[in-house]
Design a binder for this molecule. Structure first.
Ligand SMILES: [Fe+2]
Ligand SMILES: [Fe+2]
Length: 350
């Protein structure tokens, strides 16, 4: 009787191990199928950021067999600064145990072209909840990005037409936004901003005064001092620019940077009196470029103030009105250009 029981037990145990193996093998097969057929790059890394497994799509992207990828890191495949950013993201996920969801980034491919991808990284944890690696999923959205860019270019071009109309009506500011854009580009490059951020900053500069189109020309071109009410109307242009741009799905914080381009670090700017780090770096650059370009140019109510007065304004207010690091960059570039406005070197609008 006893041996009958234990034989039945053994059979049950054998059956359940068999079932478990079948389930495991099915799950492995499903996972492998998913990994091999999903059109996203999937990769697993250990806690030293070494790649421990990739799917077919990932390997095909590098035109390498998976075994040539395993054990390597992003530094073996991507330019150093790009790999460094990836490394920092992996480290963040490992250290905090928090995921990074849908980060949009541009990747330089081995053939020298860029693609646009969205990346999600999640921590892999052991039973005790400790992060022991990361799982990354990267999706190529270049085609979508290109069509978005085309739409955006169309919007930007329409807005630029508006801006040109404004400049034609207001000859004193003719070329102002373009020159502000040139100065901003130079500063951002000196600050080693990445290509996309520089592009967005240039776009912000081109559009920063678009709201002025709503201000009566008699006020914009008034030769004398503005009344308090008129000055208030002119100040409104920062908010009006923001309101005009906000409905469009601009990249990053473009409308907000424009909203802030007359803010000052000490809170004495307008329209919201923002202070210090409440002001975006983009807006801090725009503010300085705007002052620099305006002071060097003629205005209906005054002559051009000249480089000495302009530099004095920047130096005296470095750290209180204007960002010190950006002022230092501007002073250095102007000094290298023999105290001449470097943005006029290649400007044909003068
Ligand atoms: Fe402005
Ligand atoms: Fe301006």
């Amino acid at each position: 009787m006893k041996s009958k029981d234990s034989s039945a037990k053994r059979k049950r145990k054998h059956r359940s191990i068999k079932e478990l193996n079948t389930t495991l093998s099915l799950e492995r097969q499903l996972l492998q199928n998913l990994l091999d057929n999903i059109p996203d790059a999937i990769y697993f890394k250990d806690d030293k950021n070494r790649i421990i497994r990739v799917n077919r799509f990932y390997a095909e992207g590098f035109k390498l067999p998976p075994e040539d990828i395993i054990g390597k890191t992003d530094f073996d495949f991507f330019p150093k600064d790009q790999a460094q950013k990836m490394f920092e993201d992996d480290l963040y996920v490992l250290k905090t145990g928090k995921p990074i969801i849908g980060k949009i980034e541009r990747t330089l491919l081995p053939n020298g072209t860029y693609n646009c991808v969205t990346t999600t990284k999640i921590p892999i944890k052991n039973k005790k909840g400790k992060s022991i690696g990361t799982l990354g999923v990267t999706r190529d959205i270049t085609a979508y990005d290109n069509s978005e860019r085309t739409n955006l270019d169309m919007i930007i071009n329409s807005l630029k037409v508006l801006d040109k109309i404004l400049e034609t009506k207001d000859p004193y500011t003719f070329g102002h936004t373009r020159r502000v854009s040139m100065i901003a580009e130079r500063i951002a490059k000196e600050l080693k901003w990445d290509e996309n951020r520089v592009l967005e900053l240039k776009m912000s500069a081109e559009l920063h005064d678009i709201g002025k189109i709503l201000i009566p020309l008699e006020i914009l071109n008034k030769p004398g001092k503005l009344s308090d009410l008129e000055y208030k109307m002119v100040q409104e242009h920062a908010k009006q620019s923001y309101d005009m741009l906000k409905p469009y799905s601009f990249p990053s914080q473009l409308p907000e940077a424009i909203y802030q381009h007359h803010e000052r670090l000490d809170g004495n700017g307008y329209p919201r009196g923002l202070m210090g780090d409440k002001i975006l770096p983009e807006a801090k650059i725009l503010a300085i470029c705007d002052v620099l370009e305006s002071m060097i140019s003629h205005r209906p109510y005054r002559q051009a103030l000249g480089m000495d007065v302009t530099l004095k304004e920047l130096k005296e207010n470095s750290g209180n009105k204007y960002d010190r690091e950006i002022v230092d960059v501007v002073l250095r570039i102007i000094n290298e250009n023999n105290n001449k406005p470097f943005w006029l070197n290649s400007d044909s609008s003068q």
